[in-house]
Design a binder for this molecule. Structure first.
Ligand SMILES: Cc1ncc(COP(=O)(O)O)c(C=O)c1O
Length: 431
């Protein structure tokens, strides 16, 4: 808790009414939600640091988590894809305040495990709003889903059908099919998704076992850069719906998965582009009685989190006389929040947050930049965040910030080498 900030709670117009969210009383202790811009929230955090440095862990890296941004992404979804019910993919960022906010906004949830289901149910979410979207599930987790009436679950192989028949014969099954994910950062088809030429067999096995298959799902791959991949996948799903109907199933659910873009990148794919292709494709091929859901993860959280890291060391490369370049060491890294570089194929770029006590968020500094590399705090040389970038000359104690760090970051962070997982300062911005 940052005492200087406590007085600032709710001192601005919020981006949405946050009163019902209360405070995060989970692992972080009681964390307030501020109504400050990201600029001001990070500034007050830095300003709150004691000048007697050795007394606290005040240099620890921290996130600014902007719940207002998550909310705006939700509004954007409802406006552009009103027919498709978002089920937030908890795996992308199980932050307790994000999940709580989305539960209060009545989204559904895509859970990958028992713990994620527990987290969502603990908020009072109706089990009917959850899809257990993991095609290969641990037996005891299926039993748990059965106990909790979390009926909707995906499968993509016959072995899973036999398992479900034993453990949860009344489950509402969703057949996950393989789609073209060649334009995605993370190609999930390497691991999951039934090829179309196996669908007939799988549906026949399900029929024989008297299982209730209610529909079809797909995932075009996370970080998809081609909106047409969604339309192509919808077409494949239509084929499978027709196969199901021919075999006597009554499919009522289409799940268009995740893969929606997070932060808007210049000249990159946008949510608007995806919605303009996906919405009409669904309407054209699926009658209004078919319920359509999606499993967006990155979309909701990527742009909502900014991480601020402290420069804990600097090394001048060579003798520093001709064309000096530098190595900076910061206090979160590849084994922490920046695991997204390895696991999520992200390229991350630092900006200067403060230098020599001067706060510089959002400013483009008009001065000489030097080539540098930026490294995390562990003793492993893989722990490199950016091999070559340009920054003004910085000193130990200065701060960097990194935007769009909300998806697949904190959730997979480890404490390797004894470093703590960076905590979140919550704010609720309005535009
Ligand atoms: C089954 C499933 N659904 C949804 C998601 C979320 O994907 P994204 O974050 O790209 O929206 C994932 C990500 O791995 C997934 O495996």
């Amino acid at each position: 808790m940052i005492p200087q900030l406590e007085t600032a709670v709710f001192n601005q117009q919020p981006g949405f009414d946050i009163g019902h969210l209360g405070k995060d009383s989970t692992e972080q202790g009681v964390a307030p939600v501020y109504n400050l811009s990201v600029h001001d929230a990070a500034k007050q955090k830095l300003d709150s640091h004691s000048r007697i440095k050795w007394e606290t862990d005040q240099e620890d890296a921290f996130f600014i988590g902007d719940l207002g941004e998550v909310y705006r992404q939700h509004l954007r979804w409802m406006q552009l894809l009103p027919r498709i019910e978002p089920h937030f993919a908890v795996k992308s960022n199980p932050d307790p305040m994000v999940v709580k906010l989305l539960a209060s906004l009545n989204t559904g949830f895509d859970c990958a495990s028992k713990a994620e289901i527990q987290q969502v149910l603990a908020l009072g979410v109706d089990p009917g709003r959850i899809i257990y979207a993991n095609p290969c599930k641990q037996a005891s987790y299926i039993r748990y889903a059965a106990q909790q009436n979390v009926a909707k679950m995906t499968f993509d192989n016959a072995e899973e059908l036999y398992k479900i028949k034993m453990l949860y014969p009344d489950a509402e099954l969703v057949l996950r099919i393989l789609t073209d994910d060649s334009k995605s950062l993370c190609q999930l088809g390497l691991k999951f998704g039934a090829p179309l030429d196996t669908v007939d067999h799988l549906l026949r096995v399900a029929k024989e076992l008297e299982l209730n298959v209610i529909g079809v799902s797909f995932h075009v791959g996370s970080g998809c850069s081609d909106e047409h991949a969604f339309a192509d996948a919808v077409l494949r799903a239509r084929t499978v719906f027709d196969q199901g109907e021919a075999l006597g199933f009554n499919f009522t659910l289409l799940d268009v998965g995740g893969g929606f873009p997070g932060a808007d990148v210049k000249d990159g794919i946008t949510f608007e582009k995806v919605a303009a292709v996906l919405g009409p494709a669904v309407d054209e091929l699926f009658s209004p009685e078919i319920r359509v859901i999606a499993e967006p993860g990155r979309y909701y959280v990527a742009s909502a989190f900014t991480i601020c890291t402290n420069i804990i060391g600097r090394r001048t490369v060579g003798n520093g006389l001709m064309d000096p370049s530098y190595m900076y060491y910061v206090n979160d890294g590849m084994y922490g929040a920046f695991n997204c570089i390895l696991f999520d194929h992200q390229v991350v770029t630092p900006r200067v947050l403060s230098r020599n006590g001067r706060y510089l968020y959002g400013q483009n500094l008009d001065e000489t930049n030097f080539e540098c590399s930026v490294w995390g705090p562990t003793c492993d040389s893989i722990d490199c965040l950016n091999k070559s970038t340009y920054l003004p000359l910085l000193e130990e104690g200065d701060w960097l910030y990194w935007e769009n760090m909300g998806a697949y970051t904190i959730c997979a962070a480890s404490q390797f080498n004894g470093f703590k997982i960076s905590k979140v300062v919550y704010t609720n911005t309005s535009l």
